[in-house]
Design a protein around this ligand. Structure first.
Ligand code: CP
Ligand code: NVA
Length: 314
């Protein structure tokens, strides 16, 4: 088992990758890869023996839930799934009270919810680490796993050109922040009105100035894909935007990873999608099932990345 630099992480929240240095993110990636290797070799790693993670979900999930729940068991602890509908939070109990109660009973909280402010409020009132399992604004656990996947397939994260095509949503925001922290060249191809907000770009420019990475926002997906090492997309309508689905189908129709976009990228480019995917919308069936797609490695790496986060902060 790799040495865990717990002195740098223990007790910290994992709400945004922007709260961590490039060295800290690199360590989380290395821990994830080491845990993956151990698991493949049948080497147990019960570093969180007896610890309990509470997992609050007010939105659906397959990957995040299973990765955290299986992950905490594999680390020797246990996980508790709390549906937002069933706990008192869903009946109006304040998030600050929920935070204080859980802090007296368990060792960490993962939350997936709508409002990013709710995640911040939970962390503010909790005395134990809070992990953001997706808000409307950010999806940092996804992007940590994505960087593990990029490192495995490309040998490195730094200096890679990643082109994201589609809606500048929570996944795109976290890609921009995490990518620029790690010295990646991030190109976002989104239509007018769906481009990253200034708050994200301001943070990204500051990150890029330190890391020698970059961020660029354009409208043309094919031009954006030119020479990309990584092509990435996500759904056109995120959870909570179901009513906008029809409008978004029209707006985003040109923003699809298909053969034309793939041909513009580097011949050895990998194709990524956080899943769940809508084949025929943001990505074609042919590309997602094709030889350059790494989407199931990406999904698997949620497990290893989430275990790294828990092993370090809890
Ligand atoms: N990518 C992702 O977060 O998947 P789930 O919604 O299934 O957790
Ligand atoms: N942007 C998507 C990601 C799902 C994992 C959503 O928020 O629904």
């Amino acid at each position: 088992m790799i040495e865990l630099k717990k002195e740098l992480f223990k007790g910290r929240d994992f709400i945004t990758l922007n709260a961590f240095t490039a060295e800290e993110i690199a360590h989380m990636i290395d821990v994830a890869i080491a845990l993956k290797q151990d698991r493949k070799n049948g080497i147990p790693h019960p570093v969180l023996q007896g610890k309990v993670l509470a997992m609050i979900f007010t939105k659906s999930s397959t990957r995040t839930r299973v990765a955290f729940e299986a992950g905490i068991y594999q680390l020797g602890g246990s996980g508790m799934f709390l549906s937002g509908r069933d706990i008192q939070l869903g009946r109006g109990e304040p998030i600050a009270d929920t935070a204080r109660v859980l802090s007296r009973m368990v060792d960490g909280i993962m939350i997936r919810t709508f409002s990013h402010q709710e995640v911040l409020d939970l962390a503010q009132s909790a005395s134990i680490p809070v992990i953001n399992g997706l808000s409307d604004f950010l999806h940092p656990t996804q992007i940590l796993a994505d960087m593990v996947t990029i490192k495995e397939h490309k040998g490195q994260v730094e200096g890679m050109k990643l082109t994201y095509i589609g809606d500048s949503n929570n996944v795109a925001n976290s890609l921009i922040l995490g990518g620029t922290k790690m010295g990646m060249h991030i190109v976002i191809a989104s239509p007018q009105g769906y481009q990253p907000v200034p708050e994200i770009l301001d943070m990204a420019w500051k990150n890029a100035a330190v890391s020698k990475g970059s961020v660029m926002v354009v409208e043309d997906p094919v031009a954006a894909a030119k020479n990309a090492d990584v092509l990435y997309t996500d759904v056109w309508a995120s959870m909570g935007q179901e009513e906008e689905s029809e409008i978004r189908k029209n707006v985003f129709a040109p923003y699809q990873i298909n053969d034309e976009v793939l041909q513009a990228a580097h011949p050895e480019a990998i194709v990524m999608h956080c899943l769940p995917a809508h084949r025929g919308e943001e990505i074609t069936d042919k590309v997602i099932e094709g030889p350059q797609s790494v989407v199931f490695d990406e999904a698997e790496n949620r497990l290893h990345a989430h275990k790294a986060i828990m092993a370090l902060v809890m």
